[in-house]
Ligand binder design. Structure first.
Ligand code: EPU
Length: 418
């Protein structure tokens, strides 16, 4: 297994471009199932999760090609198999995003039921309840979701809990349903708006994405289009924290600060100077961070996907802080590894009490999930000595060329071969 060797102590400086957003790209790839025409996606990030989604669509019969500008052209006209096998679903929970599009377009789908994962049990009951309200029959058999419907019918659906991929799944399904669907208590993450923008460019009739209520008027069919994947706000946020914990000075291009307001606010509370324009964010940190209390929440609250990175910032801050993780029940797996590097973090249920320490020391550590891996790299950047992060396949799922980007900013990271 490849590992990352990090020699700590460099202050990050310079500028980098933000890559396309994984969590915007994954539902968009699933959305291409809804049309028989070609859909071109530009600025797709080069990530393991994107390759897995391609593999999934390819296994169903979709055709994926590259044009001369390295944009991906997806064609679902020849899909002949509507099954998502366990072998793929177990490696990526976002595979569930093909459920809504398959049932809406082909009237059936057989999707392996995703199990729990490193950050929590992560059930899909909200997706299934909502799909039933659109008229689908759902059976759970042999570890698979078997869904069928002659024609989905628009309905008023109130989600019992806020779910990002659940909102996306049902929004996609409703585009081809008969009549009007009104979704309430939906997720408001920017990726929902991005997906609605793509679907509307394909001919869907969606209003209200990005607010608490989404209205979808079903259409007969969707057409082809070309679309740019927007920048990854969590990638940008991670690099901003990397600069903050190393006392650095960086600029990230291509990202709108509107997508990161709660993170920027917390970075300012930590003492960072932030300057931003329509499509860039600059951060400069001249001293040790001040501690910031964090409570994760659905957008526009503080993103759970930035919690692990802020655990590191607080771990080297001047004082005590408190983190309350409200979105996932088991998202502190990074803490045990961070404590091995000298952090002083005490976990009690969904809360972390963090006492800032004067220095971290490099150590061999093990990544457990994507954002946990990012936090270990950030800790390695500000630790004394060498840190080796094992199981970095987690990081390659969601950060494009992370060591290249960080090295470009002055870090000293080497990818060690198997
Ligand atoms: N939940 C249920 N039932 C459901 C769906 C969700 O109980 O049917 C619970 C979950 O167990 C969790 C909470 O609701 O406690 C929120 O889960 P949500 O469904 O919103 O998460 P998701 O859609 O599976 C997406 C991102 C995650 C991100 C979360 C929260 C994608 C592909 N994944 O997951 O991204 O953490 O929203 O913002 O968009 C990551 O990128 O590292 C990552 C994990």
């Amino acid at each position: 297994m490849e590992k990352l060797l990090i020699k700590g102590g460099s202050k990050l400086s310079g500028e980098i471009n933000c890559s396309g957003a994984k969590n915007a790209a994954l539902p968009m790839i699933a959305a291409t199932i809804l049309s028989d025409e070609d859909i071109t996606l530009r600025n797709l990030p080069y990530l393991q999760d994107i390759t897995t989604m391609f593999e999934l669509l390819g296994s169903m019969g979709a055709n994926i090609t590259l044009d001369e500008s390295m944009n991906f052209i997806l064609s679902s006209a020849k899909i002949h198999d509507t099954e998502a096998r366990y072998e793929l679903v177990k490696t990526m929970r976002a595979s569930i995003l093909v459920l809504g599009p398959l049932v809406a377009k082909f009237g059936k789908a057989r999707i392996a039921l995703p199990g729990g994962c490193a950050i929590g049990s992560r059930p899909v009951n909200f997706h299934l309840d909502a799909l039933k309200k659109l008229g689908a029959n759902i059976d759970l058999e042999n570890g698979y979701i078997e869904a069928s419907a002659k024609k989905l019918k628009g309905a008023n659906i109130h989600f019992d809990g806020i779910t990002v991929t659940g909102t996306e799944n049902i929004m996609m399904a409703a585009t081809l349903a008969e009549g009007r669907t009104v979704l309430t208590n939906v997720a408001m993450e920017p990726e929902i708006e991005d997906l609605a923008e793509l679907l509307n460019a394909m001919g869907a009739k969606i209003q209200g994405a990005g607010t608490k209520e989404i209205i979808i008027d079903g259409v007969e069919s969707l057409k082809g289009t070309s679309f740019d994947i927007p920048a990854d706000r969590i990638e940008a946020g991670t690099y901003l924290v990397a600069a903050a914990v190393t006392g650095g000075d960086i600029k990230i291009n291509g990202i709108s600060p509107d997508r990161l307001l709660s993170v920027i606010d917390s970075l300012k509370k930590a003492g960072a100077a932030i300057d931003s324009g329509d499509d860039f964010i600059k951060l400069s940190m001249k001293h040790k961070p001040k501690p910031v209390n964090i409570e994760t929440a659905p957008f526009p609250g503080f993103p759970t996907d930035m919690q692990a990175q802020f655990s590191v910032l607080n771990a080297i801050a001047d004082g005590e802080s408190f983190i309350n993780e409200t979105v996932f029940e088991n998202r502190f797996m990074h803490v045990q590894e961070l404590n091995r590097m000298g952090c002083d973090i005490l976990i009690s249920g969904n809360n972390a009490n963090i006492t800032g320490v004067s220095k971290l020391s490099g150590a061999p550590v093990m990544a457990t999930d994507l954002r946990a891996s990012a936090s270990l790299i950030l800790a390695g950047l500000c630790a004394e000595g060498e840190t080796i992060v094992d199981r970095i396949y987690h990081i390659d799922r969601g950060y494009e060329r992370i060591e290249e980007k960080l090295n470009y900013l002055g870090a000293n990271i080497t990818r060690l071969p198997n």
